[in-house]
Ligand binder design. Structure first.
Ligand SMILES: [Zn+2]
Length: 333
């Protein structure tokens, strides 16, 4: 992936380089390659540049005399050219500014640092990070069913994504990962593995290698979890879990289910069943998500889970920025 300095030189040097890059990546149409018609007279538009505040901005223009209607070069991609609720096109930011924010999102730059680096306001960054997270959501939702095999079973588990109850009034963990939260992690683990399970917010997870899918659920009873398992896992899949009763009927639903008893073993000595991979992943996800979400309302949790799962899915990407833009194209074109 490009360093930020290379990215500035190659992509966001000015609006013309930004448009050229997006056209090369097929995120925007070039009217001289793909015919784009004038909204007024239907003629084929041409590339033009317009001077805005002292610098050139690429636009499309109708060549017909007396018409000469302009169209934004962003037309056709609602990620860069989205309409607000009043159907007014929102173009407060230049393409360079948007692409720059996307760069910092891809790099997992905390919003407070992205504010300093880009000079954009806190609320602008929050909006654009949310837009990026929507891309993650749509991409992870497109995944087909998981297939669990004997050598690579699907591990399922539930975890509570919150700190101590007394600090948890409708909001997620306040973000201290100091001694206090080490403490509450221990409490979560303890409650999860040894009966006496406390109430939500719960996250139900399925994991097989880099394919992980996490869902925010109100309850972790059979009526809630079974439909998710049936939706996400192919029939005949091998599934490993602990002995939580909600999983008790999986075999009668066409899965090959085996369990490990956490009170006695970590890895079942007879069946080899274990759920260590998902348990490690929980801890990793919790720390990351709770840190970025501190003080964020609970209804945002699912989108943060989707971002986490998206990043796992793209973990082996050598150019995440480029891949993320491809994913924007997938979702918004
Ligand atoms: Zn025209």
């Amino acid at each position: 992936m490009w360093t930020h300095a290379e990215f500035v030189r190659n992509v966001i040097y000015n609006e013309e380089t930004a448009v050229a890059y997006l056209r090369e990546k097929n995120l925007l149409d070039d009217p001289e390659v793909v015919a784009i018609n004038c909204d007024k007279c239907g003629s084929v538009m041409k590339n033009k540049r317009r001077k805005v505040k002292g610098s050139f901005v690429p636009v499309m223009r109708c060549p017909v005399k007396g018409c000469q209607t302009f169209k934004s070069a962003r037309t056709g991609n609602s990620f860069f050219h989205y309409s607000d609720l009043n159907n007014k096109t929102n173009c407060k930011l230049s393409l360079c500014q948007i692409l720059d924010i996307v760069y910092f999102f891809v790099c997992e730059t905390p919003i407070k640092y992205a504010e300093v680096i880009t000079g954009r306001s806190h609320s602008t960054l929050v909006d654009w990070y949310n837009m990026c997270r929507e891309v993650c959501t749509k991409i992870v939702q497109q995944k087909g069913q998981m297939v669990g095999t004997t050598t690579e079973p699907i591990q399922i588990d539930e975890a509570r994504f919150a700190g101590r109850r007394k600090y948890n009034r409708g909001r997620l963990l306040q973000g201290n990962l100091g001694p206090e939260s080490t403490d509450s992690e221990a409490e979560i683990e303890n409650n999860r593995n040894h009966g006496n399970r406390i109430d939500g917010p719960w996250v139900f997870g399925l994991k097989k290698g880099l394919d992980c899918r996490y869902f925010f659920v109100d309850r972790r009873d059979r009526n809630t979890l079974l439909p998710i398992i049936i939706r996400e896992c192919a029939q005949g899949s091998v599934i490993h879990s602990d002995e939580w009763p909600a999983y008790g009927t999986l075999n009668s639903h066409g899965f090959l289910h085996s369990t490990v008893n956490h009170q006695r073993h970590y890895v079942d000595p007879n069946t080899g069943t274990h759920t260590q991979s998902i348990e490690r992943s929980w801890l990793d996800a919790k720390i990351k998500i709770l840190l970025t979400m501190r003080g964020t309302a609970i209804h945002m949790l699912q989108s943060h889970l989707d971002e986490y799962c998206y990043r796992m899915m793209r973990k082996e990407s050598v150019d995440l920025y480029s891949d993320f833009l491809n994913d924007i194209r997938e979702v918004y074109r």
